[in-house]
Design a binder for this molecule. Structure first.
Ligand code: SF4
Length: 386
């Protein structure tokens, strides 16, 4: 989404540097490996500078740049310093699937409201953000819910685009009744999450059907060609111990359709459940069983996090607005007790920022190092999946 937002501000993007995303050679977006961060290579361009847009690996990338004698604000800038806040609007509080690694499938406590955001409320939220936030280039129209279930999604995309805001959508793509109109509305970025194919897909995307998704991926590809060839489509592959063999099939689908392909180790949400576990409570039995399917041993990761604590958190500057207008204290929590007492229209963004400074959940999270939990899974790269 940074790509489109920056292009609208007349910044020409030559390509991306990323170690976890693959693109086919025909891709409209050139993606090269981090080794390309070399002055000699870059000096072949007339004028250049690097914009670090990675959320989870900003520090790591900055260290690499500094080690290569790049100078901050001359040779590179951090997108996070341009953009104070990330916004996610969960326009659908509902998902039709019950994935065992997602709170919509595994949460046993008092969770979030399950409703659909209406267009009018969404429009008012977007207007408020545009009025109050200095640099508001993009918005994600999803968090825990399935956005394609909301019939107002095409109008929502259309409205954001008409106000100059780039839109990102992530979907399980099991229900495409509103897909055509959504692509016509021209979102900038569309992610489809999968967890293998056939039976394994239905186990880890519980309630979903791989055959249907594979057909819907074809349909997405056709719609892209007709209505919006510039849209970036990414398939995000959730890797488990037992689904490595399916990677090639999905990689080939991406190649055929000129989609980006990203593999990361699957992990378990929500964070509030993990914090309680790390503080001594037990995991629900079904979640403990799911944990055994992960590539990483969850207890080892928790131990590592606890012994390698840091104060930084890449998720602290994300404001998630739920479908009922409540604001979550962290993108990764699901329990209703971790929402702010007041809704988005009752607070200015500055007041949200003030409340965020005092978040008790962040103190608990950082105390056990869980602010670094997800980076372990997202940075997983296995030579065999390349
Ligand atoms: S510190 Fe933990 S609870 Fe707070 S925003 Fe980061 S991940 Fe969420």
């Amino acid at each position: 989404m940074a790509h489109d937002a920056l292009q609208r501000h007349r910044v020409k993007i030559e390509g991306f540097i990323d170690k976890t995303i693959q693109s086919s050679s025909a891709s409209t977006v050139k993606i090269v490996q981090p080794e390309a961060l070399d002055r000699e290579v870059l000096d072949r361009c007339n004028r250049w500078f690097v914009i670090v847009t990675s959320m989870f690996f900003e520090n790591e990338i900055e260290h690499t740049l500094l080690a290569k004698n790049f100078v901050k604000n001359i040779d590179y800038i951090l997108y996070s310093e341009l953009k104070r806040w990330n916004f996610e609007i969960d326009i659908s509080g509902v998902c039709q699937l019950k994935c065992p690694t997602c709170p919509n499938g595994n949460f046993t406590g008092q969770g979030l409201t399950k409703n659909m955001m209406e267009f009018e409320q969404y429009r008012q939220i977007l207007d408020k953000l545009i009025a109050e936030v200095d640099f508001f280039p993009d918005v994600q129209l999803y968090s825990w819910g399935e956005p394609l279930l909301n019939p107002a999604l095409p109008d929502m995309v259309n409205y954001a685009v008409s106000r100059g805001i780039s839109v990102g959508i992530s979907s399980n793509l099991n229900d495409i009744r509103h897909l055509e109109k959504t692509i016509q509305a021209k979102p900038d970025w569309f992610r489809v999450s999968v967890s293998g194919i056939d039976d394994w897909y239905s186990q880890m995307h519980q309630g979903g059907c791989w055959k249907k998704v594979a057909n819907n991926i074809d349909q997405l590809s056709k719609l892209r060609k007709i209505y919006h060839p510039e849209i970036i489509v990414e398939i995000n592959y959730h890797l488990y111990k037992n689904n490595k063999n399916d990677i090639e099939t999905v990689a080939q689908i991406c190649k055929k359709n000129d989609f980006l392909f990203k593999v990361n180790a699957a992990y378990i949400d929500p964070l509030d459940m993990l914090i309680e576990y790390a503080e001594g409570q037990s995991l629900p039995e079904s979640v403990a069983k799911t944990a055994q399917k992960l590539v990483f041993d969850i207890n080892e990761v928790l131990r590592y996090c606890k012994t390698h604590k840091s104060n930084d958190c890449v998720r602290e500057n994300t404001i998630v607005i739920h479908s009922d207008g409540t604001i979550r204290q962290c993108p990764h929590v699901f329990g209703s007790r971790y929402s702010l007492d007041k809704k988005i229209f009752d607070l200015s963004i500055q007041e949200v920022a003030d409340l965020f400074m005092k978040r008790d959940i962040c103190k608990r999270c950082k105390n056990i190092g869980l602010n670094n939990f997800y980076a372990h899974f997202l940075s997983y790269t296995d030579a065999s999946v390349k």
